[in-house]
Design a protein around this ligand. Structure first.
Ligand SMILES: C[S@@+](CC[C@H](N)C(=O)[O-])C[C@H]1O[C@@H](n2cnc3c(N)ncnc32)[C@H](O)[C@@H]1O
Length: 318
């Protein structure tokens, strides 16, 4: 299935040509789209907490013929080498919540959020729970996480992942993020927004763009702006908001953050990235953005060997 425009399939070179001058080493990017997306898993230290338990778990996975290598940059993450032969979701260790499969770059918004035990954290678009799971793990199940999503079908997956991973510090809610109720003094809010998902796109057999089901229907930048402004209004002054997407489109990334900076007293803050990135844009298609947008981070699939991402860490000033 390719991305349709006036009833025709997009060829990948045509689709991505708008980013030719944006994406570094563009030819490598195009070639990389033809390769299968690497699979990653992380050990869930809420269930395998000691070094001995973790070694034991890794040995069992080896016996199940999972070939993997440790990701040095991000603790507890492993890259599957025999990608084609392994379906992580079918492993017993997955069902038991000892491991969780998630793309490597999906950890970045949580690393930027830097969650701490005792903090009250809203995960505004949480399903199916990859990032909620990591927040719970990093805080040793000692934060209070409100995991929200607007879609009931995806909430089912979220609840089941929370249970499977042995998380007890998360509650789930179902609101449209833009209407999440006031009155809870959140220390941090994560907005892992719905997006076109261009960072996940691959190339099909006939050169067509393979893309995520369900994208391309709504006015995403308008939804994303609504979510981010609400996140700002929900966090306490001085609190942190992380805005992330898995898309390349600046209109869903820098432009959304730029909108917030114009509407509210917010500033973009630095954080240390474990993976290679490029600074955010301060201009796109002739439209200038706030100069501090360069502090946001862009991740490209061929450089991180995982889903492409955008991450902005923002502080509420007032
Ligand atoms: C990128 S996915 C989130 C992935 C998730 N953070 C994770 O790590 O597993 C975006 C999510 O936003 C949800 N969503 C879409 N529009 C929303 C809205 N207006 N309010 C809240 N959630 C929304 C979708 O149902 C979807 O689950």
């Amino acid at each position: 299935m390719g991305k349709r425009n006036n009833n025709r399939l997009f060829h990948y070179e045509e689709y991505f040509s708008k980013y030719e001058n944006l994406i570094p080493d563009y030819e490598s990017f195009l070639s990389y789209l033809k390769t299968p997306m690497p699979q990653y898993f992380r050990i869930n230290t809420l269930k395998a907490s000691t070094k001995d338990e973790q070694e034991y778990l890794l040995n069992i996975l080896r016996k199940r013929r999972v070939e993997f290598e440790e990701v040095r940059e991000i603790s507890y993450f492993y890259r599957v080498i025999n990608n084609e032969e392994i379906s992580l979701g079918n492993l017993e260790e997955y069902s038991l919540g000892l491991i969780h499969s998630m793309t490597l770059s999906s950890s970045l918004p949580v690393i930027a959020l830097d969650p701490k035990p005792g903090e009250l954290i809203l995960d505004m678009c949480a399903a199916p729970g990859g990032k909620t799971g990591l927040i719970a793990m990093v805080t040793e199940d000692r934060a209070i996480i409100v995991s929200n999503d607007k879609r009931i079908d995806r909430l089912t997956a979220l609840v089941s992942n929370i249970k499977r991973l042995g998380i007890t510090c998360a509650i789930t809610t179902r609101y449209r993020g833009e209407q999440f109720p006031f009155g809870i003094p959140f220390n941090k809010v994560l907005v892992d927004a719905p997006c076109t998902g261009e960072g996940r796109y691959r190339v099909g057999l006939e050169g067509e763009v393979l893309y995520q089901k369900g994208t391309g229907r709504a006015n995403l930048p308008s939804i994303q702006k609504g979510l981010l402004v609400r996140a700002f209004d929900l966090v306490e002054p001085g609190g942190i908001i992380v805005y992330s997407t898995c898309t390349i489109n600046p209109k869903e990334n820098e432009e959304v953050v730029d909108y917030l900076l114009r509407k509210r007293q917010a500033e973009i803050v630095e954080w240390e990235s474990p993976l290679p990135f490029h600074p955010g844009l301060t201009e796109w298609e002739g439209k200038p953005y706030h100069p501090s947008l360069k502090l946001t981070k862009r991740y490209y699939t061929h450089e991180v060997h995982a889903v492409g991402f955008f991450v902005a860490k923002i502080r509420r000033i007032n």
